[in-house]
Design a protein around this ligand. Sequence first.
Ligand SMILES: CC(C)(COP(=O)(O)OP(=O)(O)OC[C@H]1O[C@@H](n2cnc3c(N)ncnc32)[C@H](O)[C@@H]1OP(=O)(O)O)[C@@H](O)C(=O)NCCC(=O)NCCS
Length: 208
Amino acid sequence: MNASDFPTIRDICKLVYPEDTPYTEEELAKHKELYPQGQFVAEHLATGNVAGVHFSLRISMNDYHIDDSWDVLTAHGTFEDHDPVNGHTLYGADVFVSPEHQHHGLAHALTDATRKLAVEEGLWRMVAGSRLPGYSTVVDEISPLKYVQEIVEGKRIDPVLTAHLKDGWSVVKPIQGYLAHDPESAGWAAVIQWINPDCPPPPGFELR
Ligand SMILES: CC(C)(COP(=O)(O)OP(=O)(O)OC[C@H]1O[C@@H](n2cnc3c(N)ncnc32)[C@H](O)[C@@H]1OP(=O)(O)O)[C@@H](O)C(=O)NCCC(=O)NCCS
């Protein structure tokens, strides 16, 4: 990620998260300063523009609760809780792809790049919170747990969780209040993880 990418990243952010405040250029620069190798950008070769991103930081899950919010897990979006010493978990703070480039496997490629980083750095796992933007359409009909189960079983499609499952993540559990402004997900998200087979968490450090 280069400083010249920041304006396009902000533009994509406004398109995919219309309810939210986009990252500032200062925040993006800070993320890069704290953990440059964890900030991935997919570039559209024809134009040289950013097409998608995956942002990550290393954290120690012992310092958090499984149902902590994105604000807590990212130190309010600053990534200042990045812990290169005791952070055995690569926390996927964000992944988004420009609408014009979605459904071309970019999220999958970005996740593969992030997974490679987790392996190279000998981390136990990747953890993230998956939005559930399809849930608001059925919130009066089924529980979040049932919704997530049906996505996992392939009985329903969620525009985000289905993509994450296809990209190799698995669900730990649904949680409430992960994102402050996400009416599409009706306030819910699913904690997802990918375990590094070469270096799994030691007994007692699994997520539940
Ligand atoms: C989630 C997101 C990053 C996926 O990006 P992407 O580059 O389109 O993802 P991929 O192309 O790697 O995979 C998309 C897969 O999701 C699944 N999927 C998503 N919507 C689907 C639908 N309506 N019907 C069937 N499958 C669907 C499919 O498996 C699809 O693969 P396919 O296109 O080959 O069929 C993108 O939709 C996005 O930026 N969303 C807005 C921001 C966001 O919510 N980010 C997630 C934060 S947790």
